[in-house]
Design a binder for this molecule. Structure first.
Ligand SMILES: O=C(O)C1=C[C@@H](OP(=O)(O)O)[C@@H](O)[C@H](O)C1
Ligand SMILES: C=C(OP(=O)(O)O)C(=O)O
Length: 443
């Protein structure tokens, strides 16, 4: 789905203490993968807690276009009857993945070793993002790819007739590249190997194993080596999607910066490959307790209790970046209220997300009275007890930029606006009512 044609300006104002329970939505990464693996399986995949944001709904639509039966049976409850590995049908129309990098890159991988042709497109944001990082390794399987200059969308892929397995070392830390190669490897005979220097989110590996694939991860001197045996029969599974730590970050941040706040955020995934923000916040002195740790749907989860309190700036090491890659915009907001400077290292990947997130955060924070210093791959925020606010931020079709500046405005002296809040629907459709329910003055 596309945004930008009907922008929705929004404003956040300084709020009283936030209190209550924030039931954040299902994990976006796991939701995409549940639909895609359900579609590549035989039998029934019953999903509960699916994120019904636009990114994931676009993936559901795409899975139908490739021949899977995908039905919504209740709130967050979906049933998929798949076509099996190698069973994708050729879609009759262009596949529009809207704003979703995960959707388009994983689906390209999932079809690249089946002899059908599909054309992928997306909105103005997605059409600027690099796809060569995925289409280059997919070509190694024997698929044929035509893209716009710079490897941009629209991209047309004709899947390999006789796919060969691939051994691929990812040039940047990216779970999307890793997952695209693994999904392509499903329909290649023999072992497909992905090597990553730094571990990235491991939802694909966990879920592939859960659906019956043979997959192993070893730590060697080359890095994390993931080996998948091709041509498994994937069998449909029940999938209970845990709540998204990347979405939880927004109410958590709001509670940390609005004086007097105390909130609970139940059932949030604590997968160590997604945990970097929470590790960082504890280092900053944040008052967060992880209660009732348990396992749900193959993922570690806990209930978060978050209280406002003093925070101090920290240096975030580059090797933590992958485990919190989507949380740097909101960390930069939290850092604006911390004592001293917060340095975020190794974050060049932020420049190729839904927007150039370093640039978007630096410009918007500066406009609201925060000092930010950027380099090509780092961002430093100078915190202060009071942040003036009073300006509008440009969101560039980026949900995380929109939500970050709306959280900022809950604790600034003057209101903070965003030019367009509509992209929030891609990942956190209930963001505004959920935040209002905690006592936040925004909308
Ligand atoms: O695999 C995934 O589900 C995701 C991987 C990350 O992207 P990269 O692989 O580009 O780092 C992340 O930014 C995105 O929101 C979700
Ligand atoms: C980068 C993100 O998503 P995607 O790459 O799927 O568009 C995100 O949700 O922050």
């Amino acid at each position: 789905m596309s945004h930008g044609t009907d922008p929705r300006p929004m404003t956040a104002r300084r709020s009283g203490p936030l209190t209550g329970v924030a039931q954040v939505p299902g994990d976006k990464s796991i939701s995409h993968r549940a639909l895609i693996l359900g579609a590549l399986s035989v039998g029934e995949t019953r999903i509960t807690g699916l994120l019904e944001g636009e990114d994931v709904l676009d993936t559901a639509k795409a899975m139908r276009a490739f021949g899977a039966d995908v039905q919504r049976t209740g709130e967050g409850e979906w049933v998929v009857h798949g076509v099996g590995v190698g069973g994708f049908a050729e879609p009759e129309d262009v596949i529009d993945c809207g704003n979703s990098g995960t959707g388009v890159r994983l689906i390209m991988g999932a079809m690249a070793t089946t002899p059908i042709t599909a054309t992928f497109t997306g909105d103005a944001s997605l059409s600027k993002r690099p796809m060569g990082r995925v289409t280059d390794p997919l070509a190694l399987f024997g698929s044929q790819i035509v893209a716009r200059e710079g490897g941009r969308l629209p991209v047309t892929i004709t899947g390999a007739v006789d796919p060969v397995p691939v051994r691929y070392k990812t040039p940047v830390a990216s779970a999307q590249i890793k997952s695209a190669v693994l999904l392509a490897g499903l329909n290649a005979p023999g072992e497909t190997v992905v090597i990553e220097a730094e571990p990235t989110r491991d939802h694909s590996e966990r879920m592939l194993a859960g659906f019956g694939a043979t997959i192993r991860t070893e730590k060697t001197e080359e890095g994390h080596v993931i080996t998948l045996t091709g041509r498994p029969e994937l069998r449909g599974q029940p999938v209970a999607v845990p709540r998204d730590p990347s979405s939880a970050a927004f109410p958590v941040a709001a509670a940390l910066i609005v004086p007097g706040s105390e909130i609970r955020v139940p059932g949030v995934s604590r997968n160590p490959t997604r945990d970097g923000l929470y590790v960082t916040l504890l280092e900053m002195g944040a008052d967060i307790t992880f209660e009732n740790p348990r396992e749900e749907g193959g993922e570690p989860v806990a209930d978060l209790l978050v209280r406002h309190g003093p925070l101090k700036g920290v240096e975030v090491p580059a090797d933590r970046a992958a485990s919190m890659i989507d949380e740097f915009p909101i960390l930069s907001v939290i850092a604006s209220f911390a004592e001293g400077r917060t340095v975020m290292n190794g974050v060049a990947e932020l420049r190729v997300k839904e927007s150039d997130r370093i640039d978007a955060m630096a410009r918007g924070l500066e406009a609201n009275g925060v000092t930010v210093v950027e380099t090509p791959d780092s961002m430093t925020v100078h915190g202060a007890p009071r942040v003036p606010g009073g300006a509008s931020a440009v969101t560039h079709l980026d949900h995380r930029i929109a939500m970050s500046f709306l959280v900022l405005g809950l604790a600034t002296d003057q209101p903070v606006s965003v030019d367009d809040g509509s992209p929030i629907m891609t990942s956190f459709p209930d963001f505004i009512p959920l935040m209002q329910g905690l006592g936040a003055d925004l909308g």
